[in-house]
Design a protein around this ligand. Structure first.
Ligand code: UD1
Ligand code: UDP
Length: 364
């Protein structure tokens, strides 16, 4: 079996790294085509997992639009797929690299396996463009690796043949466990580095396109009000490199002493920052999946979710982006709700997703 994995952003790299390492361990011929839709944020992950892509398309341009990115991607991926003969292509999740990787594979009649298949909000603009990217990828893909039963049910509703779906859990748990086992973390040093020794803090991330502008502004205002009223609470916010996001965050929180704004940190440090936080507020998908493994409640800064499992399990709460509601949700974290959420268990897998994906592919 000769496999290629196509990915390009930070979260895809985190979630594909353990699968790639497991394939190599088993002697399977696997190659990585990194689109580098992200540059610095992708490189941080590749370095940590000690992965060197076989191809690096170096596609990122500062402030890239979706259409520019799309046209550059399909041509460049196509060139490689014509040069090498792969038995299958694996893509992950819902980014533009995911969709264009599958489309280029389809044009070359190579079967596609979709990792983290079947997540749906059923609202094509929430998250945007990810809901459409994963639907289109799901239509092209022949093998569907669903992280949960719920994701499988979503695929069945779309008439995907059950024999091509397998429930694997999410590879992000494999990644988290790999880092814990293979990399030493010195949390005290990390705390010193980010000036958070003895500080109680909420860890924040927010970057999604549907939240650009007013939603991010409202959330930042709620946070500002809360930390000004609550003497001991700080925030630590590794701000995504997207210039649109950085501008809004800096405008509102840039001068707040208790708001520690930093650049995106490497995955190992981010795990340590999650671990030492009081709780997490985020619009990220991956973080919602990881946080419960560390016993950290998550307030989700979005209107819809494709991860209802987290809400049902009680590890996360969907709080939207309205200033009043976000502030209110932060107040509620001062009640017994906090303990309850901290103790809820992770519905996203047990660290064996990569193994299950490989078994399925071997039987095809
Ligand atoms: C992308 C994905 C989104 C995913 C997110 C994870 C698309 C359309 N969006 O959003 O689904 O949740 O990644 O983080 O596929 N930049 C840098 N360096 C980096 C990364 C980004 O400078 O390492 C800046 C650049 O100016 C770039 C901009 O961020 O143009 C936007 O990057 P892009 O990949 O288009 O969108 P994201 O918002 O990162
Ligand atoms: N992450 C990281 N450094 C940071 C912020 C996040 O390594 O400064 C990790 C985080 O642990 C998670 C992933 O990046 O695994 C989430 O990425 P992102 O929020 O960009 O994308 P999404 O999950 O929303 O697709």
């Amino acid at each position: 079996m000769k496999t290629a994995m196509i990915f390009g952003t930070r979260p895809e790299a985190i979630k594909m790294a353990p699968l790639y390492k497991k394939m190599k361990e088993k002697g399977i011929e696997a190659k990585i085509i990194a689109t580098a839709q992200h540059r610095e944020m992708l490189d941080q992950v590749l370095e940590l997992f000690e992965i060197k892509p076989d191809y690096d398309l170096n596609i990122m341009k500062k402030g890239q639009t979706l259409s520019e990115l799309t046209s550059r991607l399909v041509t460049k991926i196509d060139e490689i797929l014509k040069k090498e003969k792969f038995d299958n292509i694996l893509v992950h999740g819902d980014t533009t690299s995911t969709f264009l990787g599958s489309l280029a594979a389809f044009y070359n009649k190579i079967p596609v396996g979709h990792v983290e298949a079947g997540l749906r909000t059923n609202d094509i603009y929430n998250p945007y463009p990810e809901e459409m990217n994963r639907r289109l990828t799901g239509t092209i893909a022949q093998y569907h690796f669903a992280p949960t039963q719920k994701a499988k049910e979503n695929l069945l509703k779309e008439n995907i043949d059950e024999k091509n779906i397998t429930i694997t859990g999410n590879t992000v748990i494999d990644a988290l466990l790999w880092v814990k086992q293979n990399k030493q973390k010195d949390i005290e040093k990390i705390k010193e580095k980010y000036n958070i020794k003895d500080k109680k803090y909420i860890l924040i991330t927010m970057h999604r396109r549907e939240n650009w502008g007013e939603p991010i502004e409202s959330v930042m205002k709620a946070i500002k009000k809360y930390i000004n009223e609550n003497k001991e609470m700080h925030i630590v916010f590794p701000v995504h490199l997207n210039p649109v996001v950085r501008e809004t965050v800096n405008k509102i929180l840039g001068k707040e002493e208790k708001a520690i704004l930093i650049d995106p940190v490497e995955y190992l440090e981010f795990i340590a920052l999650m671990d030492a936080s009081h709780y997490i507020m985020t619009d990220s998908g991956g973080i919602q999946e990881e946080a419960p493994s560390l016993g950290k409640p998550t307030l989700v800064l979005r209107k819809t979710t494709e991860r209802p499992e987290a809400i049902k399990a009680g590890t996360a709460k969907l709080i939207g982006t309205e200033e009043k509601e976000v502030y209110q949700a932060m107040k509620e974290m001062e009640t017994e709700q906090y303990e309850k959420m901290s103790k809820a268990s992770n519905p996203f897998g047990d660290g064996t997703a990569s193994e299950k994906i490989i078994q399925f592919l071997k039987n095809k």
